[in-house]
Design a protein around this ligand. Structure first.
Ligand SMILES: Cc1cc2nc3c(=O)[nH]c(=O)nc-3n(C[C@H](O)[C@H](O)[C@H](O)COP(=O)(O)OP(=O)(O)OC[C@H]3O[C@@H](n4cnc5c(N)ncnc54)[C@H](O)[C@@H]3O)c2cc1C
Length: 363
């Protein structure tokens, strides 16, 4: 193991993935997590490993997303052997429903040359899932999409890194001490922990870096809620999504559906309003689910940046601070790619992926 002290702030998917890829190359690190692993978005997400839809902003994410999905496929083979935990990885084709006529016409243009996506008309869509509301105009079919169970992935990453001497400290970091344009140590409680390199992977709480050391980090929390339904009807065969919503049968035997995009600060409570909204949107699209029972409701916070792009890489403003945050609605898909890139930057001081659009100093 390398003896440099790399400290990772945050034990969500970005922090754990960074520690995992560092450990895979013989580099030790310490994660500092204010709660326990699995208490925030990385554990309560839906778990879709989605292709970014080919809109102009999303095109900037294509390579990162490709790497993320490739690493998920690898992790799904390696982690069960290393840890005995099945992360629930499945190939799971998806239908993105077009609920307005104009959407169908627009997408016909956008998707015409894209091999990943196949545009289906209403009849073709209803043939695949006859229980859909027949007011839809069509769908985009993606046969290569996959998904995982986020909490299982976190548990497996945690077990794997703990087996490789990564320590996890369950305490809240309250500030950083700077010496010679570098972070010298992090403050937890009354203690200072020395570090050679520091990784910021605090999800929506990453904005704190501005308060601590003056680096603008415009990441905000956008709350999302999910319902888990028990239904007597047969499973869905496709993951279905439309507008900001989705619904799918998951390996736990429940139907997961969501979601909301709420600006309510750092409040992570579930709400009655969100429950009613998600349920009514879901049964509008899949009316047969109206008799299902809501058995669980969760809420968590996405880390969303002011320009919608993640923040990845070494900041110019301090010599040893790496950012691994701001992946918004795609953090589960992108998390392993972000962790891999940060590990390469720490070990080799370079990465094969173009991270220009994710530069921490762009704000
Ligand atoms: C409802 C919902 C569904 C989603 N579904 C999907 C999906 O299907 N596919 C997808 O790709 N993405 C999805 N996402 C997005 C994804 O969950 C997030 O982008 C991702 O989990 C963010 O990971 P992270 O590691 O950056 O942050 P987090 O998971 O928030 O982890 C950050 C960690 O830092 C810790 N921390 C913060 N401050 C401190 C401090 N001062 N000291 C120590 N520790 C600290 C926190 O406690 C936390 O554990 C979804 C999000 C939501 C809300």
């Amino acid at each position: 193991m390398n003896n440099q002290q790399t400290i990772i702030l945050g034990g969500g998917i970005c922090g754990l993935s960074t520690a995992y890829f560092l450990a895979s190359s013989g580099y030790k690190s310490t994660i500092i997590e204010k709660d326990h692993i699995g208490s925030h978005a990385s554990a309560f997400a839906f778990g879709a490993l989605d292709y970014p839809k080919p809109t102009s902003n999303n095109l900037k994410l294509t390579d990162l997303s490709l790497l993320g999905r490739k690493l998920h496929t690898n992790l799904s083979k390696i982690l069960p052997d290393q840890t005995g935990i099945n992360i629930g990885y499945r190939k799971r084709p998806s239908l993105t429903l077009l609920t307005k006529k104009t959407q169908y016409e627009n997408f016909k243009q956008i998707f015409k040359n894209d091999e990943e996506f196949q545009l289906l008309n209403k009849k073709q869509t209803l043939t695949l899932e006859p229980r859909l509301n027949n007011k839809i105009f069509g769908s985009i079919y993606n046969k290569n999409r996959s998904d995982i169970v986020p909490l299982k992935l976190l548990n497996a990453l945690q077990k794997s890194i703990e087996n490789q001497e990564v320590s996890i400290i369950n305490q809240k970091v309250s500030n950083l001490i700077i010496k010679n344009k570098s972070v010298d140590s992090v403050i937890v409680g009354n203690n200072e922990i020395k570090c050679d390199k520091l990784v910021i992977a605090m999800g929506p709480w990453s904005y704190k870096i501005y308060e601590w050391v003056g680096i603008k980090t415009p990441v905000s929390p956008i709350k999302g809620q999910i319902l888990k339904l028990l239904s007597n009807s047969s499973e869905l065969n496709y993951s279905i999504n439309w507008d900001i919503n989705y619904v799918d049968s998951k390996p736990d035997g429940l139907i997961w559906c969501g979601t909301t995009e709420e600006k309510s600060g750092f409040d992570e409570n579930i709400t009655e309003n969100a429950k009613n909204k998600i349920f009514s949107e879901t049964i509008n699209i899949l009316p047969h689910l109206k008799d299902s029972k809501i058995v669980k409701q969760t809420a968590c916070l996405r880390p969303v940046t002011s320009d919608g792009m993640p923040i990845i890489g070494l900041s110019n403003q301090l010599n040893n601070v790496y950012f691994a945050t701001g992946a918004g609605r795609s953090g589960i898909t992108l998390g392993p790619a972000i962790g891999k890139i940060i590990s390469e930057l720490i070990i080799e001081e370079k990465t094969g992926i173009n991270i220009e659009n994710f530069n921490p100093d762009r704000f």
